[in-house]
Ligand binder design. Structure first.
Ligand code: PRP
Length: 190
């Protein structure tokens, strides 16, 4: 699949069908969540933990809409591998290196699907003596939930479609699309 994409001289958008969230809707969502977070954590020590790789674009846009001092760090976990379906196994690939003890932790995710990644991360940070551990996600796919997780800051609820863009990938590609789009089935069903 990857080679075909590199070799074909067609816009990335042509591998997708239908926009689930436009650039404008995403920008508005980042502004809304950024304002809420700035208000809720005013005067408190806050660290944003971006979940790589998918969370990088949301972390960037969200943080620019937060008007209070925040620390930032990055963690990488893997649950999907190269498959389009969750394996159900969460693996820690890269840990944070900023202490979170005595701080409020806000986990910044691109999407919550089964909830397995978030459940793992909430438990992990809870063992590190933070003041609190909460979650902020750009997109939420509640129809796919396997474990219940509290999502304190939820951006846009989306249907159960294979979506790419705004940090979300298929086989490592399409993360750079600025909006959230449905991937054509022909790309991943052979
Ligand atoms: C995706 C996404 C979330 C997780 C959500 O990551 O970025 O971290 O899956 O799925 P869940 O709710 O079913 O656990 P992925 O493993 O695809 O890695 P990536 O961000 O590096 O693409």
């Amino acid at each position: 699949m990857s080679n075909e994409i590199y070799e074909c001289d067609v816009p990335l958008e042509d591998y997708t069908e239908g926009i689930v969230a436009t650039k404008e809707e995403i920008a508005e969502m980042c502004k809304r969540l950024g304002e809420r977070i700035s208000n809720d954590y005013k005067g408190e020590p806050l660290i944003l933990i971006c979940v790589l790789k998918g969370g990088f674009m949301f972390m960037s846009d969200l943080s620019k809409n937060i008007s209070i001092p925040v620390e930032m760090d990055f963690i990488a976990v893997s649950s999907y591998g190269a498959s389009t379906k969750s394996s159900g196994v969460v693996r820690l690939v890269k840990d944070t290196d900023t202490p979170v003890t005595g701080k409020h932790v806000l986990i910044v995710e691109d999407i919550i699907d089964t909830g397995l990644t978030l459940s793992y991360l909430k438990n992990l940070f809870s063992t590190r003596n933070p003041l609190s551990v909460k979650v902020c996600t750009a997109f939420d796919k509640p129809d796919r939930r396997k474990v219940e997780v509290d999502v304190e800051y939820s951006g846009i609820v989306i249907p159960d479609e294979y979506v790419v863009g705004y940090g979300l990938d298929y086989n490592g590609l399409f993360r750079n699309l600025p909006d959230l789009r449905i991937l054509k089935k022909s790309v991943y069903v052979k």
